[in-house]
Each structure stands twice: as structure tokens, then as C-alpha cells.
Design a protein around this ligand. Sequence first.
Ligand SMILES: [Zn+2]
Length: 293
Amino acid sequence: MATIEFTFLGTGTAVPTLRRNHPGVHLLHQSKNAHSMLFDCGEGAQIQLQKAKINFMSIDNIFISHWHADHFLGMFGLLMSMGFEKREKELLIAGPEADKIGPQLLKFFNFSFKINFVDSGKKGIVFEDEEIMVESMPVKHTIPAVAYRFKEKDKIKLDKKIIKKLKLTGQECRDLKEQSKIKKDKKLIKLKDVSYTIEGKKFVYSGDTIYLKKMENFCKDCILVHECTYFDREDIKHKQHSCLQDVLKFRKSAEKIYLTHIGRKYLSQTELEKKVKKYKNVFVAKDLNKVKF
Ligand SMILES: [Zn+2]
């Protein structure tokens, strides 16, 4: 059974505080292969990774939500460290127009490894392999910005009792999975009749955005990490961010919600936790919090 663990490297906003570092979430998916990735990479991310006991060399994908400095400044130091450690593996950096912006940002650096820049500005798949996929969806902020959805692919399992009853061999089982149907003793056996589906786990990272209704569908049955710059609606004014009342609207669609990107005026974690205490599936993230699901 695959496990997913994500770690908040920073839960603050543009100006860090002693308690809240710049934005960044590390996610580790451990299955047949290990997938280690970052969603945003604020300043100080590599120190936070060390505090969280995460091997920074394991990271193969960096998904940037938008190109505001607090969301990507940590990338430079992290890439430098990877170079010092003689990284050879390729690295993917995705973000809105990352194919244009990425090479510009890194033009003064020379790395020992290849970096593949992927534009994630439009809705679609940004990364995919046999086990997982990461999709992007444009959100609304002051500059082009996206949310990301990590999804484990659904697994089709054969029902052992039925397989035994039908006396299917290992090879016949493999054929059935590949071809969706096989013939045995002149009888047609369909995959859907002898199997069940284990739905993959899902995780959504909102990046910076105002409340968007379309996020409801995007984060359906997901663990949602959503920005919550403000806890009071009156503070939001014309800023392109979300407040607590906005994010609470996703309680019906998301499985659990973790609030992050918390404005520096909110000094007390306890006070914020009091505000969400009555909502069973809503949590206020803290730096270096680890969540397994
Ligand atoms: Zn921000």
C-alpha cells in the first residue's frame, strides 16, 4: 500500500516571521517507486528540508504556483546545493510560462544536471508516470498562477476468489489486465466482471488565489492545502487572496483542509486554531508539520 507524507516547509507569506517561513510544501509518495517533490520553494526551503529530515537530493520535481519571489527564491540555493552534491539526475521545474521564465531566472548559473522547464499555465497534466500524475489549474491572483493536483493512479485489482473459481493462471491474469478481456474454455471473461478499483489518493495545493468556485470540483475528495492569508473578511479588501470564510466553502468537497500562507499579523497559532475548532476537517498548518495519508 502506497503512503503519502507531506511536510509544510513554510506556512507564511511574503515577509517571513520566526514561526512561519516562506511558502513551500514537500510531498513524498512511496510506492513501487518513490516520488519526492516540492510545491513552491520559498526562501530557506533547503534549511527547512534539513530540519524536516528530508533528503533534498531526492527531489525530482518542483511545481511553482506563480512567480512571486516568496514562492520561488529558495529554488536557487537548493539547485546550487544539488550541484555541489554532484547531482546527475534530471530535474523538472514547472510553473506558469516556466519554459520562458525559468531559463531567464537561471541564466547566470551552470548546473551539472539537466533542468526541464514545463509551462503549467493552462489546465492539464504537467507530470505523469505509470503511478502518479500532477495536473495544474489556473487560479486568480495578481499574476498568472495555478493550483496543482497530485493524483495517484487508480489501481485495478483482480478478485482473488473469482480468479480461483475460474482457475486463471498468472499469465491469463496479466493478459486480462492488459486486454480487458480474454477467452478461456470458449468462455469470454471480462476484466470489469472479475475486478475492483482502488481509487488513488489525491492532494491539492492552491497556491495564491481568491476564492474560486471551480476549485470545489478540482479538490473533490482530496486533501486540500489552501492559502488563507486572512482570517477576517474585512482584512481582505481588494487583495487577490483568500480568507477563512472563503476556504471553509471547500469543506463539503475536500476530505480535509490545511490552511497555509497565513498573514504575519496573526501571531498566535492557538487563537487561529480556536477559530476552526468546530470544523472537524479543517486544520491550521504550522511550519514543519508532517501529515501522512
Ligand atoms: Zn504568496
